[in-house]
Design a protein around this ligand. Structure first.
Ligand code: C2O
Ligand code: CU
Length: 666
């Protein structure tokens, strides 16, 4: 059974147990003996089933059950036991014709079990992992308060003392003071627990997570503003200059459809930036009329931190009329992309993105000039108003390719959700993932590829004498068609929806990796979920990391040259494409199963619901780096934190998303 199915079953069972306990409580209050007894038995059974689902889920990782094991179940268990002991005997007696089965205490106890069941369910959704003492105290206080209130309602005027059932008290007169006493002490206990819980929640939390490594060593010495590129191209390399002007524009797609886009230079995607390894890339970003401000982030490219384009961290956002110059050397070959990082859930979606492709320098240094006879297509996939647009074209695009010609398709997912990619009509290899070449990629056919939001893959093959189709999300009318000759027709694309997914963790040949991930200097666990948390100073139903939202998630502290390990756990029911700036991470395992194929270096990996990923990297690029979910609305809803090198500070505020600086410049 998949972890997701277990999580969902547990939610369902938890909900059912709440319903059953409520049903038992209400029917008992109404003295429906048979129904109450049946509901009570059902409630007990569902509660036992709940223990089983939690135990099964615990097998998938402590993160999935912590709050259930430490709070939800003990609370429910205690209340349920009390309920059975107080209500059970009378109900049984009533079935045998003695009494009416009810007592105030019994009703209160059964309803308290219902509150406990409900509370456990709510804590899972609102608080999640990790369970804090404050959440525990407040929850217990709320359940007790509900129980006291119920006692008041159930045991008031209408009922005589005997009916109120505060059991074997012989005279009604002694009843009142005793009830008062219970109410007062109960109230005091509840108030204390609630107060303590609230107090604890207000305590300042550590702003930095150390991951088991040493704390801040030195007084901060390096400012991010100084971590800019200042060198020149490699010998023989060129300087590639671009000016990108962010502006609103109406863009006409090939189908004739017009979209109101936010663009770089009036185009979507923005101008393609290409270079040969060793070239210097210099891009002047101008902002014409994007009021919110813009930046350029070089997704997957390990630029110096000051050129990373994270507003409020590595620079101020570039407001209308302002500009900013990015410079870096194109040392990494491969397929990358750029996009705004300011309010990116809006900006990227509306079109503020483009491609960055760096070709390896061959012996002649000719790089991108030489392969004239090879077809090399860069294909950013973006969804505008519901339709998939590939490299700026909607509908189906047809290319002519000569049989025997080597073809490389560079797919880039610029959306916030994954795409399913199928290459039909030819065997192919996945030559590179996230810009980095795979080792010994074997030929595959009739498989689909899962392309994470922000991720890339390069597919290579030799053009056959027959049609080849690139199919995105099994959409047979769109995509790309490569024809070996003009009269090859426009054949119907086969149905690709049943093709199995190629698991990249087992693809290609193993090879040595540059460090031993088992000897990590720091280890950070990020549990991804939804919950109530502060996001940018406001309470929200947030996308959380370890129960918190940006910018209240502690920074992860690393020192230069540390081997850093991440455990990323997805407790939610949505996919989270995890993305660290400035570094590629090596995939170690998924759900405890080690990666066995080519070393897989990625900058974005999809953590699907219920999954646990282990990745590692060497901290070799000093700075303060955003570390976030690349489902950009999720990042905006809190799922974003910083990885900070010891000794580095930022003069830009430190909280991602600071408002535009007008007149900001190089
Ligand atoms: Cu492509 Cu921080 O993002
Ligand atoms: Cu996400």
């Amino acid at each position: 059974m998949s972890t997701t199915l277990l999580m969902v079953s547990d939610h369902v069972v938890a909900l059912l147990s709440g319903v059953a306990w409520f049903a038992a409580g209400v029917t008992l209050a109404l003295r429906r003996v048979r129904t109450a007894l049946a509901a009570l038995v059902a409630a007990v059974l569902v509660t036992l089933v709940r223990m089983v689902t939690v135990a099964l889920l615990a097998g998938r990782g402590w993160w999935f059950v912590q709050e259930k094991v430490l709070l939800g179940l003990p609370l429910l268990g205690a209340a349920a036991t009390g309920a059975v002991l107080l209500a059970g005997p009378r109900l049984l007696a009533a079935r045998r014709g003695r009494g009416d089965g009810g007592s105030a205490a019994g009703v209160v106890a059964v309803l308290t079990a219902a509150y406990a069941a409900l509370a456990g369910f709510v804590v899972t959704f609102v608080g999640g992992y990790p369970l804090t003492p404050s959440t525990a105290l407040i929850t217990i206080a709320l359940v007790c308060a509900a129980a006291l209130l119920t006692a008041r309602v159930v045991a008031t005027p209408a009922g005589s003392a005997a009916e109120a059932g505060v059991a074997q008290v012989p005279e009604g007169r002694r009843e009142i003071p005793r009830r008062r006493f219970v109410a007062w002490t109960g109230g005091a206990v509840v108030a204390t627990a609630a107060g303590a819980g609230t107090g604890l929640s207000l305590l300042p939390t550590p702003s930095t997570a150390l991951g088991g490594g040493p704390g801040l060593s030195s007084p901060a010495t390096v400012s991010l503003a100084g971590l800019r590129f200042s060198g020149s191209p490699a010998p023989g390399g060129a300087v590639r200059r671009h000016v990108l002007t962010a502006k609103k524009a109406t863009v006409r797609l090939p189908s004739g459809r017009e979209i109101d886009a936010w663009t770089y230079n009036g185009e979507v995607p923005g101008p393609a930036i290409t270079a040969v390894q060793g070239d210097l890339i210099e891009v002047r970003l101008r902002n014409a009329d994007i009021e919110d401000g813009v930046t350029l982030h070089w997704h997957g490219y390990d630029v110096p931190c000051g050129d990373d384009g994270a507003p409020g961290v590595t620079q101020m956002a570039v407001g209308p009329g302002a500009d900013f110059v990015y410079r870096f050397r194109a040392d990494q070959a491969g397929t990358y992309w750029y996009h705004t990082h300011h309010a990116s859930h809006v900006g990227v979606h509306k079109g503020l993105y483009g491609t960055l492709v760096v070709r390896p320098r061959d012996g002649t240094g000719a790089g991108d000039q030489s392969p004239a006879q090879r077809m090399d297509l860069t294909l950013p996939v973006h969804t505008f108003e519901g339709s998939v647009v590939i490299a700026g074209r909607d509908g189906r695009t047809v290319h002519d390719a000569s049989p025997g010609e080597p073809v490389r398709l560079r797919l880039i997912n610029t959306d916030s959700v994954p795409h399913r990619i199928v290459l039909a009509g030819t065997p192919f290899r996945v030559a590179a993932v996230d810009g980095r070449d795979l080792n010994g990629p074997g030929e595959v056919a009739d498989v689909s590829l899962h392309l994470a939001a922000g991720g890339r893959c390069d597919l290579v093959f030799v053009m056959p004498y027959t049609l080849v189709a690139l199919v995105v999300d099994d959409e047979r009318d769109g995509g790309l068609l490569l024809r070996p000759h003009a009269d090859a027709g426009d054949a119907r694309v086969e149905d690709t929806s049943g093709l199995p997914e190629l698991d990249l963790l087992g693809y290609g040949a193993p090879a040595a990796v540059p460090f031993d991930a088992r000897k990590a200097d720091r280890h950070f666990t990020m549990v991804l979920d939804r919950g109530v948390a502060m996001v940018d100073g406001r309470p929200a139903y947030a996308q959380t990391v370890n129960g918190r939202g940006h910018p209240s998630i502690p920074d992860q502290l690393v020192a230069e040259d540390d081997i850093v390990r991440f455990t990323v756990v997805n407790r939610s029911l949505e996919t989270h494409p995890w993305h660290l700036h400035g570094h590629a991470v090596l995939i170690l395992s998924r759900d405890g199963t080690p990666a066995t194929g080519s070393p897989l270096w990625v900058d974005t990996f999809d953590v699907r619901p219920g999954e646990t990923w282990e990745v590692a990297f060497r901290a070799a690029n000093p700075g303060i780096w955003m570390n976030h979910c690349h489902n950009l609305p999720h990042a905006h809803q809190g799922m974003m934190l910083r990885l900070r090198y010891d000794g580095v500070t930022t003069p830009f505020g430190g909280s991602h998303g600071a408002s535009p600086g007008h007149g900001a410049t190089t």
